[in-house]
Design a protein around this ligand. Structure first.
Ligand SMILES: [Zn+2]
Ligand SMILES: [Zn+2]
Length: 106
């Protein structure tokens, strides 16, 4: 578990690093990468690199720069509405050009 250096918000883990939802900032944890490089074999590092390529791309219009390609992944958010507990799927999108991130919920 990590916290943002500038605002103290709990950072969300993403494949690229730790994401601060408050500062809208992606913090690459270089410290953790260094530890992994020391502890793991080169083949393990290759596996880490490979997981980056698993990022799925979707055709979405970036509201910031107008690019039509974005990385996307899904997460489920549970909340209560009128006393009924329900889960909804949130689509996370990140522009492949300007790295602008946004979410869309269904
Ligand atoms: Zn922050
Ligand atoms: Zn963009």
């Amino acid at each position: 578990m990590e916290f943002c250096e500038s605002c103290g918000t709990y950072l969300r883990e993403t494949k690229e690093g730790s994401w601060c939802p408050k500062c809208k900032k992606l913090i690459h944890s270089e410290t953790r990468m260094r530890i992994e490089n020391v502890n793991k074999t080169p083949s393990a590092i290759f596996v880490v690199d490979k997981s980056k390529d698993d990022y799925t791309r979707a055709t979405r219009l970036c509201p910031k720069c107008g690019n039509v390609e974005a990385f996307h992944w899904f997460s489920t958010v549970s909340g209560e509405h009128a006393g009924v507990r329900r889960e909804r799927t949130v689509e996370h999108l990140k522009c492949t050009r300007c790295s602008h991130s946004w979410t869309e919920s269904s």
